[in-house]
Write a protein that binds this ligand. Structure first.
Ligand code: PLP
Length: 419
């Protein structure tokens, strides 16, 4: 993909040919309420490039056969595509082996899998699990369920008002009973990019494994699970320009080998008798039933597309764009921004004066600007600030400075309406 340097109105550089990129995403040219759509809800889900849509359609039209079981050509080709997709994921996150890449239905399923299968073996009564105060409910509730089942307890690493984790308190939370730490790489509400490599280093000094929730982090910079040294890394396809219903749990082989299966069924077995069942090798031990092999292929197309765009260039551009948005919104006056850490992804949560976030979101929607409002599945974050929720704009590399201006104008309109 060509990259060009452009100057925004504000003097920030734009190192992607965004107008050209936008043509790859059919939905971006649609209108809502007679106005061009401004899609700023990318933390909830991203839009899909034609490369992904075409791959999925081609798979259904030309290849579809259930994987791993058939001797016929379609089954063989489908299996090949599925396993190729696993290799694309392995390469994208730099896992050591494809056997460490488990396909799931998304981040939520990946974390539930890890919490159950790890927890069954390694967490017992009186043990402890550490999560942070800024986790998505998907990285809280599965651990809570585990703790309740096992009689273990959940300990919380807090964050400061600016949205930075209190890393200095981590060491003090760890005890010989701490069995795992689960932390998000990027907060979906505050935008904070957490120092996960540092967290893993501290945890490993105590012999404690770490699960990194990469739902938002996977598209923020080049991901190298070996460099982070994460024991587990979870993400969703739909948040990185891929289809819904497909996700990944990366796990280090030494953990996955020792963990029990999560779900039972076809594909995950080696031999079934009524007396005893033995399980398939990794990663199939964790992939019971018909996998979303077409989703996996779509995810591979998304990762290929994103790689071609240039992950570093995209992240740098998004960083410029969010700085521009932050400055422009701040200039309006009466805007409270939640999450002001120095290292932030392209997510901004805010409130306009005393206007309820839902009212702001509704008006923005009617002006063609799609944002999210509410607690963003992070009620403890919202409780931290004692508010009802926030308005969240989350940007992607296909968003433009003009679209940010549309957001700012719409927010100004909210202020006018509410006096
Ligand atoms: N973790 C984080 C940080 C998220 O932002 C999300 C979704 O917004 C999830 C987990 C859950 O992802 P999914 O709904 O795709 O399973």
């Amino acid at each position: 993909m060509d990259t060009v340097k452009q100057q925004s109105a504000d003097g920030l550089t734009q190192s992607l040919n965004v107008e050209k990129i936008r043509q790859d995403f059919p939905i971006l040219s649609r209108e809502v309420y007679g106005m061009p759509l401004v899609y700023l809800d990318n933390a909830a889900t991203t839009q899909k490039p034609k490369a992904v849509l075409d791959r999925v359609a081609y798979f259904y039209n030309q290849i579809n056969g259930n994987i791993h079981r058939g001797v016929h050509k379609l089954s063989e080709e489908s299996t090949q595509e599925y396993e190729n997709a696993r290799e694309v994921v392995r390469n994208f996150i730099n896992a050591r082996k494809t056997s460490e890449v488990v396909f799931t239905s998304g981040t939520t399923a990946s974390i539930n899998l890890a919490a159950y299968s790890f927890g069954e073996v390694f967490v017992h009564s009186g043990d402890e699990v550490v999560v942070s105060e800024m986790e998505h409910h998907s990285n809280i509730v599965p651990w809570q369920l585990l703790c309740e089942r096992k009689g273990a307890s959940l300990k919380i690493l807090p964050f400061r008002d600016d949205g930075q984790l209190c890393i200095d308190q981590l060491e003090g939370l760890l005890t010989p009973r701490t069995k795992i730490i689960a932390v998000t790489q990027v907060s979906n509400t505050l935008g904070t990019v957490n120092p996960v490599k540092e967290i893993v280093r501290i945890a490993h000094n105590h012999g404690i494994p770490v699960l990194v929730d990469g739902a938002q982090g996977v598209k923020h910079g080049n991901i190298d699970v070996q460099d982070i040294d994460a024991d587990f890394y979870a993400f969703s396809g739909h948040k990185i320009y891929g289809p819904t219903g497909i996700g990944v749990l990366y796990g280090k082989e030494n953990w996955l080998e020792k963990m029990v299966p999560w779900q039972g069924g076809g594909d995950m077995i080696n031999r079934v008798t009524f007396a005893k069942t033995t399980f398939n090798e990794l990663p199939f031990k964790f992939e019971a039933g018909t996998a979303n092999y077409i989703g996996a292929s779509g995810l591979a197309a998304a990762l290929d597309y994103y790689t071609k765009i240039g992950v570093s260039a995209a992240t740098a551009y998004e960083s410029d764009l969010i700085q521009y948005a932050t400055r422009k919104l701040s200039e309006i006056g009466g805007i409270r921004i939640f999450g002001t850490a120095p290292d932030k992804a392209a997510i901004i949560s805010f409130l306009v004066d005393n206007v309820h976030p839902y009212d702001t979101g509704m008006i923005l929607d009617k002006l063609g600007v799609a944002v999210r409002t509410g607690n963003h599945c992070t009620q403890p974050v919202i409780d931290h600030y004692g508010i009802d929720g926030t308005v969240r704009a989350s940007l992607a590399f296909y968003n433009t400075y003009d679209e940010v201006d549309r957001l700012v104008e719409a927010v100004q309109r909210v202020k006018e309406i509410f006096g």
